[in-house]
Ligand binder design. Structure first.
Ligand code: NCD
Ligand code: ZN
Length: 349
């Protein structure tokens, strides 16, 4: 039976739009088009570009590129390798947060771990520090947060141990939030065997028991973040396949299908895809921004995707929840598979 629902515009605080530097994988126009197709009206882009966004100058260049291209609203996270503290006060009013890599991932932006405390001391004001922090670094994160209790968002929590750490830190009253990706909620290490390099991402897919723990403790998960990490098929099939999977266009259908199966409530879905990311990153909600979604079943196909990556680890899945219209500040910007907004009409946060 056909049914349509209306939701607030979704907010994704964790995407990699590859612009500038790797625009064959994605660019501001294709990435924000994928966002609209997935029901997102605001995305926040990570700083691990080919030239990482660690100076005001690079940030300004990135902003200038975005300004003429984006079709949804976009904010930017700043980057650090622990050697650019003089840039922090210059960029603080132009970014949403500071991203710090404590584990190896795409690009080579991992910091020297002893620098973490200095980074915390140097980051001015209240905007969140986002950590890529897998299991092995949880003691370091805890001691740093105890010494300098600044708002911290743990990205893409994927294992029981990581979520237990977040729960412990929350219960100790530390200012910590966390995100979980759809691939860690809907794929396991079993799928990784089937997907080959197309299932390679950081953190890696985990055993079923870890995934079960995430679902059983959904109340502690603040945000569902796509970690949209587009790479081309050729790269994924090549000799040194990069980590990462696209996710902007499949996250909402996956979550709405889970809701239909009774795995979470509508209220939880809206909280994790809209309300909590808005609160954590200081995005002001807009009453005239909404999405309309068809609850008919549809199959995820690579051909229909807006992302330049052109593939999804969820291709072939039959899901409910296809975005039919996106209204941004009273304007219809996406309808029936077509982006109607002109490039540059999205706002820079
Ligand atoms: C991300 C990418 O491709 O930029 N890859 C990934 O596997 N998640 C980097 C990251 O977020 O760690
Ligand atoms: Zn990421």
């Amino acid at each position: 039976m056909s049914k349509n629902i209306t939701l607030p515009g979704l907010i994704d605080p964790h995407v990699h739009l590859r612009d500038p530097g790797q625009t064959t994988k994605e660019d501001f126009l294709s990435g924000t088009s994928a966002a609209l197709a997935g029901g997102y009206t605001t995305v926040m882009d990570m700083p691990n570009n080919v030239e990482p966004i660690t100076t005001l100058e690079r940030l300004e260049a990135k902003l200038a590129g975005a300004r003429t291209q984006v079709v949804c609203d976009i904010g930017f996270h700043f980057g650090t390798l622990g050697d650019n503290f003089e840039e922090f006060p210059k960029v603080i009013n132009k970014v949403m947060g500071l991203k710090v890599y404590l584990n190896v991932t795409t690009g080579n932006y991992i910091i020297d771990k002893p620098r973490l405390l200095d980074i915390y001391k140097a980051w001015p004001g209240q905007k969140p520090i986002l950590l890529h922090a897998e299991d092995d670094v949880s003691d370091l994160v805890l001691s740093t947060l105890q010494a300098v209790p600044k708002a911290t968002h743990i990205c893409h929590v994927s294992s029981q141990a990581e979520l237990e750490f977040v729960i412990k830190a929350k219960e100790a009253g530390l200012p910590i939030t966390c995100g979980v990706t759809p691939h860690h909620l809907f794929l396991t290490d079993k799928d990784a065997e089937r997907l080959g390099t197309f299932g390679h991402m950081k953190p890696f897919l985990k055993p079923q028991a870890d995934q079960d723990f995430l679902w059983q403790h959904l109340g502690y998960i603040d945000v569902i973040e796509s970690d949209h990490a587009p790479h081309t098929k050729a790269e994924k099939e090549g000799d040194t396949p990069p980590f990462g999977v696209p996710g902007l266009e499949t996250t909402l259908p996956l979550m709405l299908t889970a809701e239909a199966e009774g795995r979470l409530t509508r209220a939880q879905l809206v909280e994790k895809l809209h309300t909590n990311p808005a609160r954590i990153f200081g995005v002001t909600p807009d009453d005239a921004t909404r999405i309309e979604v068809s609850m008919d079943e549809h199959e995820i196909t690579n051909d229909a995707l807006q992302t330049k990556a052109g593939w999804s680890p969820f291709a072939g899945r039959k899901l409910v929840g296809k975005v039919t219209r996106v209204v941004l500040r009273s304007q219809t910007v996406f309808e029936n598979g077509q982006v109607l907004a002109s490039p540059g009409s999205g706002r820079i946060l």
